[in-house]
Write a protein that binds this ligand. Sequence first.
Ligand code: NAD
Length: 432
Amino acid sequence: MKLCMIGTGYVGLVSGVCFADLGNEVICVDKNKDKIDSLKRGEIPIYEPGLSELVIKNNRSKKLSFSTDLEKSVKNSDIIFICVGTPTKKGGSSADLSQLYKVSKELSSLINKFKIIVTKSTVPVTTGDEIEKILSKKNNKKKFSVVSNPEFLREGEAIRDFIYPDRIVIGTNDNKAGKILKNLYNPLISKGASYLQTSRRSAELIKYASNAFLATKITFINEIANLCEKTAINVEDIAIGMGLDKRIGSRFLRAGPAYGGSCFPKDTRAIISTADKFNTNLSVIKSVIKSNENRSKILLDRVYKILNRKIKNKKITFLGVTFKANTDDMRDSSTLKMIPWLSKKGAIIKYFDPTGHKKEFFKLKNVINKKTIKEAVQGSDLVIIHTEWNDFKSINFKNYVKGKKFIIFDMRKIYSSTKIKEQGFKYYTIGN
Ligand code: NAD
């Protein structure tokens, strides 16, 4: 099939490349010329394991191409996937749909033959109805079908998640469009992915409800970890004991920093805003948001106590600053709260991230990026493990000590406390 992905970010690029690898002819469009130029040169603008190889392979076989020319790309394609960002509105909590509506307006004058317009971006309930209205304004009736196909991939695992998804959700009452999309996804369905066709509004809500539920699981175990810390209980035992119950499941029960990233924070806020619009009180999700906002404060309070209430001039190192491992995405990472707070209190911060330095910290006083773990860690008073990259799991801290041993605060519980303590380091973790 001929596909056009509008928006070549984490979702548009990964799904475009994977669709091409499944044998489709895919053109990825973006308004950002620099991004498209670098992709044409084979340079990948984001960090995502395995993505570069797939882009190069499919580009060479001419299944995948890149363009800034929306008109030509849309006119040549049968299925158009909208994959633009839907961030939180500035100064509000609802989803900012301006990029999506702008694209819809542009599309309305480019429909030259029957096209399926698929929303892959995460959008509030009834957004599909709005897109349909915008497209209908240009006498396009019957020449298009607007479908919701929410994307569930996770950064860092995006290719695997796309190729082996748990489920594919197609939201449409149009059986012709539904059949074409089922056919497009058939290679994944035949490998075991569940396929669910629902109404468009249901598909839109499935995405938000899923993200809100996952955010709830993380927040729940983080709060249980707080109780474990007061009662000398290892929160991992609790998570295992809970997770063995098939009704609960073991995933997303790992206590750690506040959840962040490009999805959970904005999607929990947006679903509340949608519910408000429909006079519905989603009190559980509201309290999840509140608890998560408080999470970084709780962890900073622990840092404060670990350092005997003296932050000024303390040398603090962060290993990993993105919102989780295996991604370069800084959106809503909890370090964006923790590092500025510590810097303001007079700490001297070094950080190392496998995806390099971060522009978000350029302007902060006494915050510097180090190119190696060794440079980052040596001479510190406190080393904070913020994300669980494999690079950090095998560190032999003894090799990095010059003089006084530093304290380790492992926010991801990646080390054995016994082993670290045997080496003479003071070791703190989440939920004991
Ligand atoms: P992103 O910011 O990485 O990419 C969006 C891209 O769209 C940008 O490159 C931007 O330049 C481009 N764009 C904006 N307006 C455009 C226009 N008019 N024409 C062409 N290109 C345009 O965003 P993302 O992380 O890929 O997320 C996209 C959507 O997918 C969001 O709704 C998000 O919630 C959802 N989603 C994201 C993830 C994830 O892990 N990142 C997972 C599932 C769903």
